[in-house]
Design a protein around this ligand. Sequence first.
Ligand SMILES: Cc1cc2nc3c(=O)[nH]c(=O)nc-3n(C[C@H](O)[C@H](O)[C@H](O)COP(=O)(O)O)c2cc1C
Length: 695
Amino acid sequence: MVSQLKRSAPSHLSFPRVRGLGGRPPRAGVGGQAPLLKPTLKMGTPATPARREKKFPGMMKAGQRSEAGVGSQFPKRFSGRDVMRTLGTSLTPGQPDRHTQPSHPIVTVDRSMSNAKARDVQVFPLREGTIVLRSRTWDRLKFEIEYALQRGTTANTYLIQADRTALIDPPGETFTTIFLDTLQQRFDLSQLDYLILGHVNPNRIATLTRLLELAPQVQIVCSNPAAIALRNADNIASLTALPEQPLNLQVVRGDDGLDLGQGHLLQFILTPTPRWPDELCTYDPQSCLLFTDKFFGAHRCGDQVFDEGWSSLAEDRRYYFDCLHAAQANQVLSALDKLEALDVYAYAPAHGPLVRYGLTELTHAYRHWSVAQQAQELTVALIYASAYGNTATLAQAIARGLTRAGVNVESINCEFAEPTEIQAALAKSAGFIIGSPTLGGHVPTPIQTALGIVLSTVATDKLAGVFGSFGWSGEAVDIIEGKLRDAGYRFGFDPIRVKFKPTDADLQICEEVGVDFAQALKRSRKAEARKVVSGLQQSQAARTEQAVGRIVGSLCVVAAKRGDMESAMLASWVSQATFTPPGLTVAVAKDRAIESLMHSGDVFVLNILAEGKPLQRHFMKPFQPGEDRFAGLETTLAENGCRVLNDALAYLECTVQNRMECGDHWLVYATVDRGKVLDASGQTAVHHRKSGSHY
Ligand SMILES: Cc1cc2nc3c(=O)[nH]c(=O)nc-3n(C[C@H](O)[C@H](O)[C@H](O)COP(=O)(O)O)c2cc1C
């Protein structure tokens, strides 16, 4: 079984050995992308309470009473009445809120962009002296699987103005100029007191640097891990507005509050996760807005500020959860527990529309999806560290493949995990995968520790995997692989090595590798289970399976394409579903590579096969992750850009309308845009089976 999974690393993932360079950085021009943050593999010294109070007079411990002030400051473009209008509105889910519909959208456009739709910053008053500035990207932002649906995204920044003012989460560097220009048109930055960071990422450093130049008085409020990351920023000198002056950082403990006056006594809730160990949510009891950072978001760009008609966002929200949170279900549940007691008007996330109308449903869905993850029969421990985020991006794609294939993932960010945690995760896992960057020619210390735990505690019959990003020499993956191989572990896939930032193709391969790893585990579990089922149970199950197997379907090949990503699969669970409009359903297993290209709005071609043609055999063989499924076949492109097999009986060009989750499959409903019979005298190939337990 393992040998089936083994494969050579695709050429674009191969690791170029630079003789003599070893762990030393290459000369200029060799290294590619320059990292922004130093590795944060050591802990910094948190501010003492006394120092905190001196530097940060507005900061309060929970339980201290705030001084309620009067006369809030509103942004120049909005009167107090504009903002207060959004108060006290009572709406039912799905009902549009006329106060949140921007009748005159206030938008600043980046004219330097030559794209079809330029990036812009949309400003909108929320409630109680709070505005949102939504930095909008209409096309795909970057190569991370979370953006793969290509519906753009927004980076939401919030400004709260009371006696003191706080800005929450400025956007990344593609928005630095346009965002700060927009902000300054409405607000005098010399009046800004606090900058609250839900988390720190390298992408934000450029905006922070400019912001601190414009507002040197500002105090940065963040969690301890975020403070460490900031203190270790390579360009820390440019982050401090005054030379030689340390960053004006205020580290938040779990029970801290921050009094902005006029009832805005902000409460901080630490919600660390493996992916964002520094994550911090902020609650404003005056507006009842909960600033949720990475929770409850969606990568969807549009004019809508709130989630009116929230069910239309369901697919985006689920996809966002699956990519970002499914592999950290334990921590999501802990965060939900912490946030549960708050009286929330709306979630104000870092991305996409605010959650107002679908708040209850989305909260329940997060809990339900997390519990469902934990309930999976098999778990994989995904152990990694990442100084600059590249290995973490690979980990996310592998995790997506694993969870898509119905396996629970316990993500462990080694830098922030205790050895006992790593040991516990490994003990309950059927397999483990280790991801490591190469730093200074070595495996970073936290990964070395984790590897030690694996070697001393994990049985060698558990399936293993190794991956990592590197810059020029890439020793880490080799070292880990070597030690595991010497100890006698079997590998679920050949080690993955990616130079610096992964490409789209790298991520597609990682996702497929995750699926394959999960399938291998499930196959061996199924074989074990078969041995323990009694003869009586087996014969009843077999009778049912045989009966289900009498359902027949026509044999087809689904060919899908989105951007540079393309895939195909043999399908017989296909059925016409509607006359008007002409429509059909295809059942797509959750662990199929093509599944990620079959979301609402995606297009595909359904190639209906003719009897007696060899196409079926071609598509029945297993494909390697990233392998060209059409190699050696004659194809032409349909109008929608997907492949038509020249030897098919007929083909239909389709657009996915929606999907229904059904056990281990998605039932995809698509409308037919156009179609053609290619062989009028041929017969449709029909798939007869003996059992309903396979296709
Ligand atoms: C301080 C430092 C040392 C590094 N040392 C190496 C090295 O010895 N060999 C190598 O291949 N890459 C080296 N790199 C490049 C990283 O491996 C590369 O940036 C990788 O993408 C980091 O992965 P991460 O984002 O998961 O941390 C180094 C980078 C930094 C900043």
